[in-house]
Design a binder for this molecule. Sequence first.
Ligand code: NI
Length: 270
Amino acid sequence: MASESNFTNFMERMWADYIKMTPQALQIYNLLQQNGETIINDHIALRTFNHPRLGIKSLAQHFTKYGYKESGEYFFVEKKLYAKHYQHENKEYPKIFISELELQKVSPLIQEIVSNCVNQISDAAIQDENFVFSGRHWICQHSVYEKLAKESEYASWVYAYGFRPNHFTVNINVLKNFSDILKLNNFLKQQGTKLNASGGEVKGTPQELLEQSSTMAAEIPVQFADGIYNIPGCYYEFAKRYPMTNGELYQGFIAKSADKIFESTNKNSM
Ligand code: NI
């Protein structure tokens, strides 16, 4: 099995890619630290397509080699997504949530665009662990991005950004002064942070054993072959977990909540 220090380094490189894309997350991270908090990631989310060369497994292999195990599956019928989460016996390690767009359920247009993109990626690139934050491997047209977004915001996001963490998630349980999600949300809003309000700012309830909130992804300039355009990037999420009857904190995800959280990268949802 690959070593712990290699894994820490792998995580650090992934975080570096993420904050380059998401300065807002770094600002919040720094703000919480300045308030005396230690930040631990609850989970990191990755997106892909269920193409035979690129499905969940092609990303998951870079985590299972460090000892991660498949721990749950989720269905998002309307968005045509399927997801799995992976977790490590070391509870300090973030869970990895990987979703994929179910290509057999989308239009021939999306199928063709995706297959074109996938054909431009080498097997060697997919096998390299850096693949999970390697970005885009194809030439990208803004006009195509717009076409994809009309049918699937998810497809358009992966088309524009490629493979990279879509969000990191702060573990609220270990925060000292913000262990209440409403208190944390109010603090963030006072600092001018825009939260995703789709389905309410807090998704999930203590009875469901998981409460989540997230920022709305800020628009960032992206270079397309036909010019530079501002489009929604990545977001920062916050998760609070509650104990199950055996006293252990619930470690899974709630599909109904995740469904709304996916919309944090939508252009027109607010
Ligand atoms: Ni998440």
